[in-house]
Design a protein around this ligand. Structure first.
Ligand code: SF4
Ligand code: SF4
Length: 79
């Protein structure tokens, strides 16, 4: 084998399905783990992980943005 290795194409492409997957950002610095977003989300997107909420499954998000509206600390962005 030579010293030079050829990098294969890095296939990190985010697959865009016919129905676009929501991108959900949670600011875990400001999140106090109140779980209001998790309780309000009709699709069970969130789960509590220690003291903060995290995204369990973004693929089931319907982009209703209820979580954004209910968060008292303005931690969530859905787009
Ligand atoms: S936008 Fe709606 S479905 Fe998506 S995570 Fe927020 S509350 Fe759940
Ligand atoms: S509603 Fe806001 S502060 Fe409360 S758990 Fe969700 S992201 Fe964190």
């Amino acid at each position: 084998m030579g010293l030079i290795s050829f990098l294969k194409g890095d296939k990190k492409d985010c697959k865009k399905e016919d129905i676009a997957e929501c991108h959900i950002d949670v600011n875990t610095v400001d999140c106090d783990g109140c779980e209001k977003c998790g309780i309000a989300c009709p699709n069970n997107v969130f789960i509590l992980d220690g003291d903060v909420i995290v995204v369990r499954d973004s693929q089931v998000c319907k982009s209703c943005k209820v979580c954004m509206a209910i968060c008292p600390n303005d931690c969530i962005t859905v787009n």
